[in-house]
Design a protein around this ligand. Structure first.
Ligand SMILES: Cc1cc2nc3c(=O)[nH]c(=O)nc-3n(C[C@H](O)[C@H](O)[C@H](O)COP(=O)(O)OP(=O)(O)OC[C@H]3O[C@@H](n4cnc5c(N)ncnc54)[C@H](O)[C@@H]3O)c2cc1C
Length: 506
């Protein structure tokens, strides 16, 4: 009896000890939060589960709470509160959660649902003569609509417009206009940022420039963008949308590089947008752009060559341009040129119609093992041989949408945190795959093979929307910028609480 009593007493002491250790390792309790913050911390399972996933459907992390701010000051107070604790909790801004690798998540910290800032009927998009002031939570489609009402438009885009301004500016924001105007981060005049210490700071190249440069392309590490002042220009009416088909990579890349050399914006035959993509001899072959009558001959071309490269060339216009002038001197397969005329907005918002279809087919909310890279021009032919032909074509894994186009480093500001390869021209290569959960691992293995290939042959590639696993990989990704990046982190977010899902400092 005595020994039983002693045993259970020991057991109870042990339980108490475990409890004490657990509550000490729990960095904070919601009961510690000031009342005004407490009411904005949401912990119901549905809200938590929404913040525990993203467009990638690969990583899952459950936050302690989701924060629903009604003002910028609320965000500042939350960050200051975290910093005031002996063990601060992590905070992840979530724009639209369109990352693919958990970048807007936090395990046990707080996710700031940025869209809540839009809920008070605040006027968060204000258009001026040559710029627009936009809340960091706003999505680009709404920025477009507001600007078009005044006959204006932002100049640099992403392919898809249902992304938040803060989310794309934390990366770069790239598309076929980048060669001409630079990425979206090159088109920002000024920002309001709540730093990792909770200070609300206005910054630009002239004012608090270190923070400005840090935040643009800064992967959410230095502050939360609450306002961006974005450059505008006159909006065109219509778009001439051309697809030119190539059976030879060097002709394709030479022509792309020729097209992006038109930097003089006033040259009449200068394109407004240049991208490219692959048509691979793998099902499904998406020929939806082309007239029904041409699809059989395009299919034959793909079957004959296994891989066809497409230049996507856009000319904005109010008066119909001459196609012959636009494609003068280009070496696509004769007669394999296809055109469409669409409204400017329809072109910019083109991916949304795909989204509607994919949602209907249940193919939107499934895993997206995407891989985005910047490949230096001097090695793009090796990349074509080793990756497109060597890995992707040889393995029976559907490539999905493979986008390839060159852009120029001179349009990027090297003071900003965004990382590019060390050559004036580099290619954007985006492998945008969608798969069922059963096949996810195959894609992840292939992505690793591609990364390994680049490493083995020294391609000098940089990842875009980077997904690094180790500290060493981050240091390598940032290269000569690592030291500055680390220093800026210590300056603006010394407790390392922001955007832990990137996995850089946490
Ligand atoms: C269908 C689709 C098409 C895409 N096309 C392109 C494209 O053409 N070009 C391109 O460049 N990218 C493209 N992307 C990638 C996209 O730009 C990034 O994933 C971007 O981060 C998504 O924005 P978001 O609002 O969903 O960000 P989230 O996923 O919510 O957040 C991304 C990161 O930014 C941080 N963050 C979010 N908001 C803020 C803020 N206000 N201040 C500071 N940090 C913040 C988050 O904490 C996180 O670390 C595409 C993505 C998808 C799903």
């Amino acid at each position: 009896m005595t020994s039983y009593f002693l045993l259970s007493k020991t057991f109870i002491i042990l339980l108490c000890l475990i409890h004490t250790i657990e509550s000490q390792s729990q960095p904070w309790s919601p009961l510690d939060a000031p009342k005004e913050l407490l009411q904005m911390l949401i912990r119901d399972p549905f809200t938590l589960s929404l913040a525990s996933t993203d467009f990638g459907h690969i990583i899952h992390q459950t936050p302690f709470a989701v924060f629903a701010p009604s003002s910028i000051q609320d965000i500042s107070k939350l960050i200051k509160f975290s910093n005031s604790l002996p063990i601060p909790f992590t905070i992840a801004a979530r724009g639209r959660g369109h990352s693919v690798n958990g970048q807007s998540m936090t395990n046990d910290g707080v996710v700031v649902n940025m869209t809540e800032l839009n809920n008070n009927n605040n006027n968060r998009i204000v258009v001026f003569d040559d710029y627009v002031d936009v809340g960091g939570e706003q999505i680009w489609i709404d920025v477009l609509h507001a600007s078009l009402e005044k006959g204006l438009t932002p100049l640099s885009w992403t392919d898809y417009l249902y992304l938040s301004v803060g989310g794309t500016l934390s990366n770069a924001g790239i598309s076929g206009q980048t060669f001409r105007f630079g990425p979206q981060i090159s088109n920002v005049h000024e920002l309001d940022v709540v730093t990792g210490e909770g200070d609300l700071v206005t910054c630009s190249t002239k004012k608090n420039s270190e923070l400005f440069y840090a935040v643009l392309g800064g992967l959410g590490q230095f502050g939360i963008i609450t306002r961006a002042r974005i450059a505008l220009g006159p909006a065109p009416q219509k778009v001439k949308w051309l697809h030119l088909l190539y059976n030879n990579f060097s002709a394709f890349s030479e022509d792309q590089e020729h097209l992006i050399s038109f930097n003089g914006i006033n040259e009449s035959n200068a394109p407004n947008y240049v991208e490219g993509m692959l048509l691979l001899n793998q099902p499904p072959l998406d020929l939806s752009f082309y007239p029904e009558t041409d699809r059989p001959r395009i299919t034959s071309l793909v079957t004959q060559y296994d891989i066809i490269y497409i230049i996507e060339l856009i000319k904005y216009y109010d008066i119909n341009p001459e196609i012959e002038t636009l494609v003068e001197g280009l070496n696509f397969v004769p007669t394999y040129i296809f055109e469409k005329d669409v409204l400017y907005e329809e072109f910019l918002n083109r991916v949304h119609s795909d989204e509607v279809t994919l949602r209907q087919q249940g193919l939107w909310d499934i895993p997206h093992p995407w891989l985005n890279m910047f490949v230096p021009k001097s090695r793009i032919a090796d990349f074509d041989e080793g990756v497109f032909k060597g890995i992707i074509l040889k393995q029976n894994i559907t490539a999905g949408l493979a986008i390839v186009y060159p852009t120029n480093k001179s349009k990027w500001d090297d003071n900003m945190s965004a990382v590019t390869p060390n050559e004036e021209i580099f290619y954007v290569v985006s492998l945008l795959r969608t798969t069922g959960f059963d096949k996810l691992e195959e894609f992840q293995i292939q992505n690793q093979q591609i990364l390994q290939f680049c490493k083995d042959v020294g391609i000098g590639m940089k990842q875009y929307l980077p997904q690094m696993k180790t500290h060493e990989e981050w240091v390598e990704q940032f290269g000569h910028k690592w030291e500055v990046f680390e220093k800026r982190k210590a300056q603006f977010d010394p407790n390392k609480i922001l955007s832990p899902g990137q996995g850089i400092f946490n």
